[in-house]
Design a protein around this ligand. Structure first.
Ligand SMILES: [Cu+2]
Length: 580
């Protein structure tokens, strides 16, 4: 039983109170103080949900694409994967799987998720480095400072069982804190078999197995606040039936530290640092029910080393607040494909593929006249990418041709990307407000889109059963985004429709190529099927509407609904093509 309360406050803040009326009885209140209007916050109310990403289904315009039980890829208005900026505990975690087997929002079990925020419409410039497809922010449960010097102990335990897969999920969080020190530790375990429907066969392989733990400490003295966190993930045999391989294991940890300094007169500085080191093995034979031909056994050992820093200064300016930020992150991706039955066989999937981002932004938000708010931001990002030379034991002429062409190309590439946004919000009355927004948002190619040199299905989780190759010379995507929204709320009814139009130049999409060395390689590897798609820049547009509404029937009962519609098409070809 859920009880949602939603009111339109005088300044058009949507305030959403989610009382998860289960035995944990937690109440999470998301308000204008920490969210801008139009953002949608949600807290887990049901323990049957596996991870943070599963909460997305309740958010207008948002959804989750699952390639496996622990592989939930966030999508927003038809955009997904690296186009949607997913922030977990202030960090832009990198995936170790080149097919997004470990997307950022799938890391935290639902019971250990404190809240998930999705910005409806244009994501603020300050919300991340590349926000072309929106921003989603997840916070895990942690210790919080208490009101007095007396230490308090808090605990949370949850246990969930799902019959379809005989699954058991359990988690424990303990915190010990006073007004200047806070400690926490959490552990979770999720395990399940292949899921089954009555009267049908099980979906094979859809088993899962994951253990995770987190340790954290925070301290506050005077104007200073310091926090440390370490989280470790140990995923075992887990299926991803829509991908060519399954997870054998994912292991590794993320360490983060943050520091906040209050400078008085409404000024403060926030800095953060994180480092991650993840390893992953996947293969196409251990969990697959029908096995593969003896010569087709493949395993892929992949790693990511990543880290980032951020410093953001906030100060009052001209009746509003100004944020100035300096941010950057780096990641290096490797993947080595081998054959356990043939020690001679290998293919570099990715060899030292680097993607480094250095970014600076300024954002101002405030009232420019009575009941008229402006949010305006600008960001510059330099994306530096590079790859080491690749190799393979395969000596066939077309493989050698692809290898030589790749190694001789300009692997080191730098993009200079400018983002900008301006959003106006006008309160017409205490019940009705309107919003108009315009933005320019950019995204550079992912390392897969740039450095996939041999036709494989390593595409960031597209799961379309096709093989792709990349292009080192891809230009960044540039989107011009237009947004219009209305929020109405009175007498227990609220209604918030939004419409958007995104005109994307150099949208990166796979396009079929023919009669190349890549087609010959694909034919040899895929039993004569020579179909290959190459990532290319095309021109596209995406448009649609999403509507959020609700009606309070009584103090205990309410109806809520969301309708989302998005359509995408290419502008540079005559035929209408879906690009979602
Ligand atoms: Cu994988």
């Amino acid at each position: 039983m859920k009880d949602f309360k939603l009111r339109l406050l005088p300044l058009a803040f949507i305030s959403l109170t989610a009382n998860a009326a289960d035995y944990t009885n937690q109440t999470i209140i998301v308000e204008g103080s920490y969210m801008r209007p139009g953002a949608f916050g949600i807290a887990p109310g049901s323990l049957a949900l596996k991870d943070t990403a599963s909460l997305l289904k309740r958010i207008p315009g948002a959804n989750v694409n699952r390639n496996g039980p622990l592989t939930g890829i966030a999508s927003y208005r038809g955009q997904f994967g690296s186009r949607v900026n997913s922030v977990v505990d202030g960090m832009s975690w990198k995936e170790v799987g080149p097919n997004s087997m470990d997307p950022p929002l799938s890391h935290i079990p639902a019971a250990l998720t404190d809240n998930l925020t999705v910005y409806r419409g244009i994501a603020p410039i300050s919300s991340g480095i590349e926000t072309i497809g929106g921003t989603m922010i997840a916070e895990s449960r942690k210790s919080k400072f208490m009101g007095s010097s007396e230490f308090e102990f808090h605990g949370l335990a949850s246990l969930g069982y799902s019959e379809v897969d005989n699954g058991l999920t359990s988690s424990v969080l303990a915190s010990y804190a006073n007004d200047s020190h806070r400690f926490h530790a959490s552990m979770s375990k999720e395990q399940g078999d292949d899921y089954e429907f009555d009267g049908s066969e099980s979906v094979d392989p859809s088993q899962y197995d994951r253990d995770a733990y987190t340790l954290g400490y925070g301290v506050k003295f005077g104007a200073h606040e310091l926090g440390f966190n370490y989280s470790n993930n140990d995923t075992g045999h887990t299926g991803s039936p829509s991908l060519p391989m399954d997870i054998i294991w994912v292991r590794g940890g993320i360490f983060s530290a943050d520091y906040k300094l209050k400078l008085g007169n409404g000024r403060w500085l926030e800095t953060s640092y994180y480092y991650q080191d993840m390893r992953h093995l996947m293969n196409n034979f251990t969990l697959r029910p029908n096995g593969v031909m003896a010569s087709k056994y493949r395993q892929n050992l992949t790693t990511v080393d990543g880290g980032g820093i951020s410093a953001v200064y906030h100060m009052p300016l001209s009746g509003g607040s100004l944020s100035l930020g300096l941010e950057g992150d780096q990641s290096t991706h490797d993947g080595l494909i081998t054959d356990p039955t043939n020690g001679m066989f290998y293919v570099d999937n990715f060899n030292g593929s680097q993607r480094n981002r250095y970014s600076t932004f300024a954002e101002w938000k405030g009232d420019i006249s009575e009941a008229l708010e402006l949010e305006i931001g600008v960001r510059y990002t330099q994306v530096e990418m590079d790859s080491d030379q690749v190799d393979s034991s395969m000596q066939m002429a077309p493989v050698l041709a692809l290898k030589t062409a790749f190694n001789d190309s300009t692997l080191s590439q730098t993009d200079h990307n400018w983002d900008f946004d301006a959003i106006l919000r006008k309160s017409l009355s205490s019940e009705l407000s309107v919003e108009l927004g315009f933005a320019r948002k950019t995204r550079s190619a992912s390392y897969q889109e740039r450095y996939l040199w041999i036709p494989l299905e390593a595409t960031g989780g597209l799961a379309d059963n096709r093989v792709y190759i990349g292009d080192v010379n891809l230009d960044p995507e540039v989107a011009y985004q237009f947004e219009a929204g209305i929020e109405y709320g009175a007498n227990g009814l609220y209604f918030a429709p939004r419409a958007f139009y995104h005109r994307v130049n150099d949208y990166i999409q796979g396009e079929e190529i023919t009669a190349t060395a890549a087609n010959m390689v694909a034919g040899m590897m895929n039993n004569g099927n020579t179909t290959v798609l190459q990532f290319v820049n095309v021109d596209a547009e995406l448009y649609g509407v999403d509507v959020e509404w609700g009606y309070e029937l009584s103090a205990q009962w309410r109806l809520d609904g969301a309708v989302s519609y998005v359509r995408g098409r290419r502008r540079d070809v005559a035929a209408i093509t879906f690009i979602g």
